[in-house]
Design a protein around this ligand. Structure first.
Ligand code: NAP
Length: 248
């Protein structure tokens, strides 16, 4: 018998973990931020919305008799992970980070690594490209707002609500994407550079293969550094960890 597990989600891995643990009879609550209008819901019990910072999360953990937490949020979701570390530390609960591996360039790739979105915007200026496929999500788009030289195809799940570059088109779409689809998109819009975060995972990697096929440069934003939390890369490892937790 394992304790009740909170899975902090918003990723395919979090959904897979909730499914696997639920099917094995583990009591799981999945948590989503509520940022996306129509989120893909995990199976089992789900709660939606912020906790109100680390103290709010700590209160919630105690009130809901949670015995262990898996932080399976996106590699670029930083604040919720800090909250999870502080709240579990204060509440004396075990915490595991589930984070999918990042992408790695292969033969024929031409990637430019940068630390953040403002650096990505600066890198575009140096590359001399004109038509950008921008796939970094709707948060942080303001970093590109002052670029009135290039044309941007901005692909995101929900409409952006920040200032955008003067010359752009918004494409509202959610993965998974295919190589054929990404090649067609690149060709139809005469894209000559791709910008992405190092999100990792299979669902959105087709753009990288398509860029390689077309010989396009890719500007890749590095993941923010994380420290101090035991981390696994796969859903199977996270499920095994959950099984090892002593009953509350
Ligand atoms: P963030 O900056 O770390 O989080 C901002 C605030 O949103 C947190 O302080 C927390 O509010 C709330 N929050 C975030 N994740 C939550 C969760 N799973 N359950 C409950 N509350 C949550 O995160 P973000 O970058 O805005 O991402 C929001 C969510 O979208 C994450 O869950 C992430 O897994 C998912 N996502 C993010 C990206 C990305 O590129 N950042 C991409 C795909 C999916 P309180 O402080 O009030 O608790």
């Amino acid at each position: 018998m394992t304790p009740r597990i909170l899975v902090l989600g918003g990723t395919a891995e979090a959904r897979a973990l909730a499914q696997e643990l639920g099917a094995a009879g583990v009591a799981v609550v999945s948590s989503l931020a509520g940022r996306v209008a129509r989120p893909r819901l995990p199976t089992g019990e789900v709660r939606i919305g912020g906790f109100g910072g680390p103290q709010g999360l700590e209160r919630w953990l105690v009130e809901h008799a949670i015995g262990a937490v898996v932080d399976a949020t996106h590699p670029f979701a930083e604040r919720i992970s800090v909250s999870a570390a502080q709240a579990t530390n204060s509440a004396g609960l075990p915490l595991l980070r589930l984070e999918r591996p990042g992408w790695e360039a292969g033969a024929g790739d031409c990637w430019y690594w940068v630390d953040d979105l403002p650096q990505a915007a600066a890198a575009l200026r140096g590359l001399g490209a004109d038509r950008v496929l921008l796939t970094t999500g709707r948060q942080g788009l303001a970093a590109f707002a002052h670029d009135d030289v290039r044309w941007f195809l901005i692909r995101c799940v929900d409409p952006p609500d920040v200032a955008l570059p003067a010359r752009h088109e918004v494409l509202l779409e959610r993965g998974p994407y295919t190589l054929e689809g990404e090649l067609a998109l690149i060709d139809a819009h005469c894209i000559d550079v791709v910008v992405t975060k190092d999100s990792g995972g299979r669902l959105t990697e087709a753009k990288l293969h398509a860029a390689r096929h077309r010989g396009l440069p890719v500007v890749v934003v590095r993941r923010p550094p994380r420290q101090g939390v035991p981390t696994v890369r796969t859903v199977a490892e996270a499920a095994a960890w959950a099984w090892r937790q002593p009953p509350g």
